[in-house]
Design a protein around this ligand. Structure first.
Ligand SMILES: Nc1nc2c(c(=O)[nH]1)N[C@H]1C(S)=C(S)[C@@H](COP(=O)(O)O)O[C@H]1N2
Ligand SMILES: [Mo]
Length: 389
């Protein structure tokens, strides 16, 4: 039923597209600006940077964010094994393991179940500045995961819910210094409480269109408030089991190693990539009429309501920014903020944003997270440099 895009196809594709970059055309376009607005160039994010746009990976240009929802054909994308080709007509979602009634559901079966809309913006856990282009916001539609699981009848001893994509590849499983090459599907798991909560969605459309191949046609899991990795695309099977699932992309690839001082002793912890860490970044600065500047940025978070977003210029005090009301109503969507910068003086400046949620979590500085050794969950404050003319 599925055919892998071969590595060779992928390389051919990327060479062809990379060729376009050689023309020196900027890969990005500014949103519709009024005559009185001009964009201030960032010195930490050069204009001529070529953002990867291969069949396999699409990085958005945050300076061009124009509207709350990322258009489907511009939504960031990335995955590990290329795109499996799935015939939607013969596609079936299998639900197996510790259930009373194993299921094999067609897309029509799923679409016939009561659906729900979800606004959800997320980022890849590897997303980081200065580019921050592995993030987007979408309006999804699908069937609540719980409805499908209830239809199957989850048994009492079920603990672990494993979501397999149709994509697969050879992986070297390391065991005591030896590597065993085996074929594995992309797989991620959720624990019982999470799987049976109201939140996760089995999505078949984005912004009112069926999912594209990039986004996991015909069906993907979405776990609102979590990073990209758990949002399994090309979902082919949900396997319910008692034991922990230890596949590569669950147990090894997506982890954070960080130290924490406990009673004066450094404790090193390895943790799984789940909920998004609170994060904000400045995406664009524009010069407006009267010498004012507008600082525009984006917040990504796990859905905990926000208390404030602040902006500081150079080493000045933190000043309140305004959250864009067009984005605040949706719990799991990304949020926009604006800050009016008055009296900017010519020369080089640093502008930084920081977000705080109602639980008192504050976006950390690089110094505060020094003890995080691995690069995932890079949610630090991002000082942005620019020159005012
Ligand atoms: N089946 C499958 N699903 C997957 C992946 C994958 O490799 N295979 N990659 C994950 C990762 S790491 C990310 S960041 C998101 C990206 O989703 P997007 O391409 O819709 O932006 O898909 C996730 N789902
Ligand atoms: Mo990711």
């Amino acid at each position: 039923m599925t055919k892998q895009t071969t590595r060779r196809d992928m390389i051919k594709g990327s060479v062809a597209l990379a060729g376009l970059g050689v023309l020196g055309l900027p890969e990005w376009a500014f949103p519709a600006l009024t005559q009185d607005q001009t964009v201030v160039r960032f010195t930490d994010l050069p204009d001529n940077i070529v953002l990867e746009r291969t069949p396999d990976r699409r990085i958005i240009d945050i300076r061009g964010i124009d509207g709350v929802f990322t258009p489907s054909d511009q939504f960031f994308t990335t995955q590990h094994y290329g795109h499996p080709e799935i015939d939607t007509a013969t596609y079936r979602l299998q639900v197996s393991g510790l259930v009373d009634r194993p299921l094999s559901l067609s897309l029509a079966d799923l679409r016939a179940m009561p659906g729900r809309e979800l606004v959800f913006g997320f980022e890849c856990s590897g997303n980081r500045g200065p580019v921050n282009g592995l993030s987007s916001n979408g309006r999804w539609r699908g069937v609540p995961l719980r409805a499908v699981l209830e239809r199957a009848g989850v048994q009492a001893e079920a603990r672990e819910f494993v979501f397999f994509g149709a994509d697969h590849g050879e992986e070297e499983v390391e065991f005591r210094g030896r590597a065993y090459p085996v074929d594995q599907q992309y797989g991620r798991s959720l624990q019982r409480d999470q799987a049976l909560s109201d939140e996760p969605l089995l999505a078949y459309s984005l912004n009112d269109e069926p999912l594209s191949t990039h986004q996991g046609r015909p069906l993907r899991l979405l776990v609102p408030g979590w990073y990209g990795a758990p949002n399994v695309k090309w979902l082919s099977e949900i396997h319910v089991q008692e034991d922990q699932y230890l596949g590569k992309y669950q147990a090894r690839w997506y982890r954070t190693l960080k130290g924490e001082m406990v009673n004066g002793v450094m404790k090193w912890k390895e943790t799984a990539i789940t909920k998004m860490q609170l994060k904000s970044f400045i995406a664009r600065v524009t010069r407006e009429t009267g010498g004012r500047h507008n600082v525009f940025g984006v917040v990504l978070h796990d859905g905990t309501p926000l208390r404030s977003v602040e902006v500081k210029v150079d080493d000045g005090p933190w000043q309140p920014a305004t959250l864009d009301p067009a984005t605040t109503a949706e719990r799991y969507g990304w949020k926009f903020f604006n800050y009016t910068w008055n009296g900017a003086t010519p020369g080089e400046h640093t502008v930084t944003s920081r977000v705080t949620d109602v639980d008192g979590n504050v976006q950390a500085t690089a110094e505060e997270l020094e003890a995080k050794l691995t690069f995932l969950e890079h949610s630090l404050q991002l000082p942005r440099t620019l020159v005012i003319e």
